[in-house]
Design a protein around this ligand. Sequence first.
Ligand SMILES: [Zn+2]
Length: 602
Amino acid sequence: MPTTHNSQNQAVQVTDVHSFAKPEEAVITHIHLNLDVDFEKHILQGYAKLSFKNITGTDHLVLDTRDLEISRVTQGENGEEAKFSFGEEVKFLGKALTIEVSKTSEVVTVYYKTSPHAGALMWLNAEQTAGKQFPFMFSQSQAILARTWVPCQDGPGVKFTYSADISCPHSLMALMSAENDTLLHKDGKYHFNMPQPVSSYLMAIAVGDVRFHALGKNTGVYAEPVMLERSIDEFVDMQNMVDAASGLYGEYAWGRYDVIVLPPSFPFGGMENPRLTFATPTIIAGDRSLVALVAHELAHSWSGNLVTNATWNDFWLNEGFTMYFENRIMEKLYGRDYADMLDELNFNELQETVKELGETSIDTHLFLSLKDRDPDDGMNEIAYIKGQFFLKTVESVVGREKMDIFVKKYFTEHAFQSMTTEKFIEYFKANLIQGDLAIANKIELEKWIYGPGIPSNTFRVKSKLLEKAAAQAKEFLAGTPAKELHTKDWSTHEWLHFLRNLPEGLTKDQIVSLDKKFHFTQSGNCEILCDWFQHTIASDYLPSEAQLELFLMNVGRRKFIVPLYKSLVKTAAGKIFAQKVYLNARPGYHSVAQQTIDELVK
Ligand SMILES: [Zn+2]
């Protein structure tokens, strides 16, 4: 149970249903890792030395582990043997590791190796990378996968600093969510330090053939050499984003902000690993149209990494604030019309998700109930976009000026702390509502947080640019030939809105004419491809099949592949195709993607 503090500064214990650890008794304060990266066996091997504070004078320290092979545990600086035992294996959660410690002990060292199937780690052979010369490995610890590569107290409510000595093959560079060197070390040995406390899900490692290029005074990009030029060009605005974000909500707390562009099997768009965002190459569209993702991961440097959801049930505090913040950065850099366009697309996706989950489903509450479930189940549009629209609604009621003061104060006063939904509500009432009943009634806070669906008082955005795109879809459906549509200077977002305004099951003629004019099947833009393929699947358009297969083989980002497999399994023939492709594609997907798709195609 992580401890947090209420407004009277009393310690409050929070139950984390996804961790065996008992941080209220003894809490980790620092972890030092010493690990060899073994690309032949697909394992990490070495030790984790954990410093902890024994709060209650307990004689045991409890850690989370999953699939770790532990050979030995010692306590104290002199390496005295310590007894240890495992609890029973629980689905998703792994096993508790209980270490017997003396009451005066402050450090334990766990000698271990990871499983070749460690849930967090993705091992790619050279073929699966952009350069095709060297293997690559990376981690994805969120939500509860850190325990598959580091024995730790694996709940977001516990924060600790960390350091590491990592050995890897000489030709490769190792990077972590820590202070990184920008140069290749010829001996394959790297030392890392993370001086600010972070939650376990923010520990990250990547090893591969990557190079660095600076973009601004404290920003830069790492990518495989063949991806570097394109990445530099795509992220040209990154320093401006950091400056805009700091201007909005206070100083950037983490020193540098760099991005590493990973191979395409990365299951997410991005992961906000502190100091070093992990990003999918699918945002490299060539026209900088998908960089909102960088704004999003950057915004996490405040919401999430600085003020952290205390448990995964409070996930909306991480993501809702981040979505709101992301859009404010985009507005600052590219103007209101552009930001409105992103917002309306988001809102439409939220409506779809609510429809899918059911308007009265408790899974549509902002505050989630994930007991006995994989926290990954809660990582959908509700936390992200319902959270965002809650904050936009608040802004529309109290005004932007008051909102900005509140948000900045919220981040500043809770920096490096964790936040429960309950504590947030208390803070919100004390600092924003301040007893004003009229405001409280307009916002309807409890309805948003503990109620289902999209409350009727939600702020609605109407994008002028999207309206034009929708009008062109209407024209097309009314018979205007594709070549006569007005699509000049459209961004990715207008194209997406256009495609989403066409009904499922277009006629063969319609599909052919669209593809002939706009070459969707050959698009290099993954967002557009994903929407387009959903139409081609529904209309059984065979000329796209080879490209679809290639896409599913090469891209592991869950946002794209899940809807495509979903569309495919709707028909018997589609399902056979999906199963055939998945058989070959599966080894190239990260475990969190495999888990979702296994269910879909079985
Ligand atoms: Zn996020």
